[in-house]
Design a protein around this ligand. Structure first.
Ligand code: SF4
Length: 328
């Protein structure tokens, strides 16, 4: 079995809202294997980004906190680390890139200064060496004329180029894990494909593991080795990417797949939309949290929350349809 670099168990997070804690994620279990890509998918508001912020322990800076659970990384529990200890892990062993490269970069420093800063901070490199390394990194992420670009400011580069710079900063310390939160959503389609290609080739070269957060099943189809589907703060299905695309088990996953234009739409089918909206986490329905939107809802679903059940080889689904005897 592949080596696990990150193992999340029972991760429950919450935010304080009007004197009470509202859960943002509920007993999330995830495993990221060495050199592989795990895609965390779901609609916006499902808790994907909160999960990534919790792993990085950035959740505290947005008013949230970890309520329960563990985040095992290199025999340490990140959930128990102090913020000072996290400074040695964040950006060094685990790096993160976000949706909008323009807000991730500082407009008053050149891109070279920003890459070099990360190298000086985490690797103790001297100024000159860090500058030479910054040029190498720009070349690695496919930026032409890196010797010239290194002296430019973010506003002098396109959105796609800026995201390449952000990736260069993230890779400066050769992290074991890269968390990419909707890294291509702000970019146009052609640039999106180039950035995904870049992430794949860098993954091969560096051997890092990627936790890719996306609402786009098309992106997940291209990138994922494994997929975890999140709905209203909980993982509802998890498994090998091929198994999930070939034989999705949870009705929510089926709905997500049927709403991809490239899959059903291009064959002339009408695009499916999942009825209803994701519930606010402060007012989850009883029983299965997906039941008000589910075309297969049964009485039991309204009353009791389904546990995660095995539906195949390393493939689980939190749905009563898979209780023994319910469905072949
Ligand atoms: Fe639908 Fe019931 Fe399965 Fe929930 S448990 S997804 S309501 S069939």
């Amino acid at each position: 079995m592949a080596q696990k670099v990150l193992e999340i168990n029972g991760l429950t997070t919450g935010f304080l809202a009007e004197k009470e804690i509202v859960k943002a994620t509920d007993r999330v279990n995830l495993q990221l294997e060495k050199g592989k890509t795990l895609c965390l998918v779901g609609e916006s508001g499902s808790g994907k980004s909160v999960t990534s912020l919790a792993i990085m322990r950035l959740i505290e800076f947005s008013g949230g906190r970890i309520l329960e659970g563990s985040i095992a990384f290199q025999k340490q529990d990140l959930a128990k680390k102090t913020q000072e200890e996290m400074l040695h892990i964040r950006g060094n062993k685990i790096a993160m890139i976000f949706q909008d490269p323009m807000t991730a970069l500082n407009p008053v420093f050149t891109v070279g200064e920003q890459i070099a800063e990360s190298l000086r901070l985490h690797q103790g490199m001297k100024k000159e060496k860090a500058w030479t390394e910054a040029i190498k990194l720009l070349r690695l992420v496919g930026i032409p004329s890196p010797e010239l670009r290194v002296k430019q400011y973010p506003h002098e580069l396109s959105g796609g180029m800026c995201q390449r710079v952000v990736i260069a900063i993230a890779l400066a310390c050769r992290p074991d894990v890269l968390i990419a939160d909707e890294p291509t959503t702000a970019l146009d389609v052609t640039v999106q494909a180039q950035i995904l290609d870049l992430l794949r080739s860098l993954q091969k070269e560096i051997g890092m593991s990627i936790l890719l957060i996306t609402h786009d099943m098309g992106v997940a189809a291209e990138m994922a080795d494994r997929i975890a589907v999140m709905y209203a703060g909980a993982i509802v299905e998890e498994g090998d990417a091929t198994a999930i695309f070939d034989k999705p088990s949870h009705p929510y996953t089926t709905g997500l797949l049927q709403s991809i234009p490239g899959l059903e739409g291009e064959r002339g089918h009408e695009l499916y939309t999942i009825a209803g909206t994701i519930p606010p986490l402060s007012a989850l329905p009883s029983g299965c949290r997906f039941h008000p939107r589910c075309p297969h809802v049964m009485d039991k679903c309204r009353a009791v929350s389904p546990p995660s059940m095995t539906v195949g080889d390393r493939h689980t689904s939190a749905c009563w349809l898979y209780e023994e005897g319910e469905r072949a």
